[in-house]
Design a protein. Structure first.
Length: 739
């Protein structure tokens, strides 16, 4: 009996010693609770209830070590204080799909890794205070000490209902916990339905937060439910309120002689639009005429949205809150109600419209000789789809054939329109070539589109690439955006304006890119910004059609910064412009509305607007643009999963598009659907992630699968609810043959 008692006592003693494993963490917690207070050795020992000499001596050594590492400041022989300047930061949580996170701190070069147990209820996107307790060359680690601001409090998921409570299983893979919902907070939701749930509280010792269901979205997997869920996930609107619609419908959209007299009348100048075949709103048009001196006058005419959208109205508030139109695979969620977006502000043929214009006199070498900015009245003579304009450019034949025509019937265009289109194309190509020579970057844009049936089921996938007709419009829109920005940006004294900014690439990422491409015999020139751009363009051109193209294209895009709106102009690196703004799409972008208002404000001779007010609006517009982009990507991903569901067990050729320590992502070449092969599922070896080579390497065989490699995969599972695709890896493309 005494033997058993002795054994039990030893076991219990072992348990009491267990906290010593985290001895440093316990000491840090003392300082963290009151960061401005100084503590003596005795005070810390008393707080931690350290009784024995051995542990107290350990505390003395630890305090010395922490002082040497600048984690603590020793005020005098006896007093210690937490070094907040060296260890406490604020940043944004970026969750991984495995439940851990990185905290992005602006003033630090590297992100701080945070284990799930040290998140202390912080969620993806939250602004937090973080304590860095391990500083390493490759990966510093920390713990969230407080949540400064929640990024969001509403989530989308599926309700799993019990008798007296339930859990909402959140759809977002970066949400590491379910949300507990009591019976009283079901609000009529049934088991298995997709819902929107709002967080109400999260007790310190609870594994899951409490929430209440605020909206039932529908049955998971149904098309409209999923589209609604995508918008709800990012708190994006789906419909206009009755009040906004009523206000918009009461706007006087008639063209009046009184208003025409205030504008430059360009109704007699040849004008036409070129847009996608599916476009419902046409917010830009080009006019063209030859001048007696041999030069050309080209007008870039933009719908005068600001004429109808007056500041401090319910409609303007709604447009500002939305900040952008959202383009999902099956629908457009517009920034403005239909009365404006598809009617009053749409430059439809043979209708007089109020426009805001940038009119340029160009010589035969596409040099701008004169420029004029201001409000106009115009009338479009014709509307073309890109395919129709491309036919004119390619064939120089003024007859649009039936298989290209929007009406599905052949028809001729006038000699004037054919001549204008060909001359505009020639000028655009000169301008584009000059941009490239100055260092503008050229990425081949591939747009994923779906052929949908009447029930929005994907029948097939097709891709759109930019052809001459697209580039023609792009060049003249770029010209207008650049010249408007220059016109205001170069004025003295300096005036507040809305700029579209794009910073230079991250130097470390460029160095990494150079290291990788050097293995294939390429190199980058880091002499100056212009040389970097030129060498990047040369690299992208040199790898076309080669095995390493996918790897190089992917890594090059990852070196690029994100474009954003700001009143602080830094230029646009990607376009190689010192001044750049967004002026040409006010129907779908609120920053363009701000640009129109400011331009007219300064044309009227007014003083500079408040930079503080406009910077807040710029930041909001950038944030909403990012949310809209995420929603658009999610809708494409959803449709790709829906499409690939009909191809389970099918085999495809793909390219490795991402590499992580838990799996490789593969994008199928023929349809751009992306899925994952988990490392544990790759047969024949145990594969390890090699960060330096963007690859996974077999421990025994040394077989390597690298970013950009072509591989064959079999579709294992397509999960429409989670929106992910699982692949089975069959092998490298150059090793196996698939019939």
């Amino acid at each position: 009996m005494s033997k058993n008692k002795k054994s039990k006592t030893k076991k219990n003693k072992g348990k009491r010693r267990q906290p010593n494993i985290n001895f440093k963490k316990r000491v840090l917690e003392v300082f963290q609770k009151n960061k401005d207070k100084t503590y003596t050795f005795k005070q810390i020992a008393e707080i931690l209830e350290l009784k024995d000499t051995k542990t107290r001596n350990r505390l003395i050594r630890l305090l010395g070590q922490m002082t040497a590492k600048n984690e603590l400041i020793q005020k005098d022989e006896y007093h210690f204080k937490f070094n907040t300047a060296d260890s406490i930061f604020t940043g944004k949580v970026d969750m991984t799909t495995r439940g851990d996170a990185y905290v992005v701190v602006e003033e630090l070069d590297d992100d701080i890794f945070v284990e799930n147990k040290n998140l202390n209820h912080a969620l993806d996107g939250d602004q937090v205070e973080i304590f860095v307790f391990k500083k390493r060359e490759k990966k510093s680690e920390g713990e969230v000490t407080s949540i400064i601001e929640r990024f969001k409090d509403e989530y989308i998921g599926v309700l799993q209902k019990q008798e007296k409570f339930g859990f909402v299983v959140v759809q977002n893979p970066k949400m590491y916990t379910d949300i507990f919902v009591s019976k009283d907070d079901f609000n009529g939701a049934d088991d298995g339905l997709m819902v929107k749930v709002r967080l109400t509280k999260w007790s310190k010792n609870s594994d899951s937060p409490n929430g209440e269901i605020v909206e039932v979205l529908g049955v998971p997997g149904e098309h409209n439910t999923e589209m609604h869920a995508i918008l709800a996930e990012y708190n994006l609107p789906e419909h206009f309120s009755a009040e906004v619609e009523e206000y918009a419908n009461q706007i006087d959209t008639k063209i009046s002689e009184k208003e025409i007299k205030k504008r430059r009348d360009m109704r007699d100048v040849l004008t036409f639009t070129i847009d996608p075949a599916s476009a419902k709103d046409f917010d830009d048009a080009l006019s063209f005429q030859k001048l007696e001196n041999g030069n050309f006058e080209v007008g870039v005419h933009i719908a005068d949205v600001s004429h109808y959208l007056q500041p401090d109205t319910i409609l303007d508030e709604e447009a500002y809150n939305r900040a952008t139109s959202i383009y999902l695979v099956d629908r457009v969620v517009p920034m403005l109600p239909e009365i404006l977006s598809n009617n009053a502000c749409s430059l439809r043929p043979n209708e007089e419209k109020y426009t805001f214009s940038a009119v340029f006199e160009l010589d035969k070498n596409a040099k701008v000789v004169n420029e004029w900015f201001g409000r106009t009245v115009t009338e479009s003579n014709a509307r073309f789809a890109y395919e129709e304009a491309q036919h004119l450019i390619t064939t120089k034949d003024k007859t649009i054939p039936a298989d290209v025509s929007l009406t599905k019937k052949a028809y001729p265009v006038s000699d004037d329109i054919l001549e204008a289109t060909l001359e505009l194309d020639r000028l655009a190509k000169i301008m584009r070539n000059e941009r490239m020579q100055k260092g503008a970057l050229s990425f081949d844009k591939v747009e994923v589109n779906f052929n949908l049936d009447e029930d929005n089921n994907p029948l097939g996938v097709y891709f759109k690439t930019s052809e001459d007709a697209n580039k023609l419009i792009e060049e003249f829109m770029l010209l207008a955006n650049r010249k408007v920005a220059e016109f205001i940006g170069k004025q003295k004294p300096e005036k507040t304006f809305v700029y579209r900014c794009h910073d230079e690439p991250n130097e470390e990422k460029l160095e990494t890119l150079n290291t990788v491409v050097s293995k294939f015999g390429y190199s980058l020139n880091f002499k100056n910004q212009k040389q970097v751009s030129k060498s990047l363009n040369k690299l992208l051109e040199d790898v076309k059609g080669k095995k390493e193209q996918n790897l190089v294209d992917t890594l090059t895009i990852r070196t690029m910064s994100k474009a954003y709106y700001s009143t602080e102009n830094i230029g646009h690196y990607g376009l190689s412009f010192d001044y750049y703004s967004h002026f040409t799409s006010p129907i779908r972008r609120y920053p363009d509305v701000m640009t129109h208002r400011l331009l007219q404000h300064y044309l009227d001779g007014q003083k500079s607007a408040s930079a503080t007010d406009y910077e807040v609006k710029c930041k909001h517009s950038s944030e909403m643009e990012n949310l809209a982009t995420n929603a658009e990507r999610d809708s494409i991903k959803y449709m790709q999963v829906k499409f690939i569901q009909n191809h389970e067990d099918s085999e495809f050729l793909g390219v490795i598009s991402g590499v992580t320590d838990f799996g490789i992502f593969v994008e199928i070449i023929e349809n751009k659907c992306e899925g994952m092969v988990r490392l544990r599922d790759i047969p024949g070896d145990h594969y390890l992630f090699n960060e330096e080579h963007y690859a996974v390497i077999g421990k025994r065989t040394k077989t390597m699968y690298q970013l950009g490699d072509e591989v064959y995969v079999r579709v294992k599972k397509a999960d429409l609810i989670k929106r992910n695709i699982d692949f089975e890896l069959l092998g490298a493309a150059d090793e196996i043959q698939i019939d």
